[in-house]
Every structure is written in C-alpha cells, then in structure tokens.
Design a binder for this molecule. Structure first.
Ligand code: 5GP
Length: 183
C-alpha cells in the first residue's frame, strides 16, 4: 500500500510527490487530477498551503483552476513572508507588529495576525483565541514602544471604515495627545 502525506486534512500519495521537484507543485498537481475524491478540495484548503508560501502565488499561470479564487496577496502577507521589508517590533507564532510606512503619530505600529483574515468582519468563532492573543499583545507592544502616557488602537473595517489593506490589522498610535472624535 502507498504511503500518504497528510496536509491540511488531505492525503496525498508520497509516490506522486516523488515525481515533482516541489511538494507544493505536486500537491496542486494531485488535486488537479480529475479524481472525484478531490472535488471537495477548496480554495480554503489551498489557503492553508499558503503557509508554505515561497512560490505559491507564482503557480497561478500553471494551475489557474486552483488559484483563481484566491484573493490577491496583500502587502502585509508579503511582509509576513519577508518578501518586502518592514521595521518589525514584535513577532511570534501568531502575530507580527511593525511600524506603519506612513505614520500618523510619532509612534504608529500595525499589529497583524499571521493568519490571512481579511478584516474584522471575516472573523469567526474559531478565531477567538487568536483575537485574545492579539489584544493581549497590544499593551506588551505599547510598553515596548514606551507609550506610558497612553495610546490609541484603531481597527478600520471595510470601505466606510477606511480600510485600505485587506489583512486584519490593529493600528497602535501614540507619542502625542490624540484628538477625538476621529475624522
Ligand atoms: P488601513 O487604512 O487599512 O486601516 O491601514 C493600512 C495601513 O497600512 C496604512 O496606515 C498604511 O500607511 C499602511 N501601509 C500600507 N502599505 C504599507 C507597507 O508597505 N508597509 C507598512 N509598514 N505599512 C503600510
């Protein structure tokens, strides 16, 4: 009997991997096969593969049927992947914080989950632990940034909320008194 590799709840015969130079290409190739058992494989599962992102999005021309439903990679995902630079102030298994490229206060840091959640509106009950972790990290990062006189946290959501990058992020602003209400 063939040995199988299990990934994201899916099982792929090792033998099929050996025919390819890259496991991820093999996995996509496997799901591409006209096998009804693979019909349940969705872009959601493929998003989990994006945790091995090195060349994932560049596969689009080769495997359009599996990548066309994926949202475009955000600038924040590229920061997580170290594809573009950022001034990182914190990183752990679940989140990352880095200075905003266009600061609106003397200190302006963005805290993001590593999980590609588009916005606050996309969160589900499964994300409760992740949200708890993010909130818990805010005062830790604020202390690290020396914001002892206070700070403001902002989460813009959707068009009317002024969101421009569709990867959930918490703005942490401080270093001067901030006005209220915001514009
Ligand atoms: P939003 O408007 O979605 O709430 O916030 C997005 C934030 O991301 C903005 O404050 C913007 O300045 C910041 N931003 C956009 N592109 C980059 C980037 O490439 N690097 C960093 N560090 N921040 C960015």
């Amino acid at each position: 009997m063939d040995d199988n590799l299990s990934l994201a709840g899916c099982s792929v015969p090792i033998q099929s991997l050996q025919r390819h130079t890259s496991p991820i290409i093999a996995i996509l190739g496997h799901f591409h096969a006209p096998d009804p058992a693979n019909a349940r494989i969705t872009s959601q599962v493929l998003l989990e593969f994006a945790r091995i992102p090195a060349n994932f999005y560049s596969l689009q021309p080769r495997y359009p049927s599996f990548t066309e439903q994926l949202p475009p990679m955000t600038i924040f995902q590229k920061i997580i992947n170290r594809e573009i630079p950022a001034r990182i102030v914190h990183e752990d298994q679940h989140c990352m914080a880095f200075h905003d490229v266009s600061p609106q206060a003397p200190v302006h840091v963005l805290l993001i989950p590593k999980k590609p959640v588009a916005s606050l509106a996309e969160l589900t009950a499964d994300d409760a632990q992740l949200c708890g972790h993010l909130l818990q990290m805010v005062p830790v990062i604020a202390r690290q940034l020396g914001l002892s006189d206070g700070y403001r946290t902002v989460i813009n959501t959707g068009g009317h909320g002024g969101q421009t990058v569709f990867h959930l992020h918490i703005h942490i602003l401080g270093g001067r008194p901030l006005h209220w209400p915001p514009g």
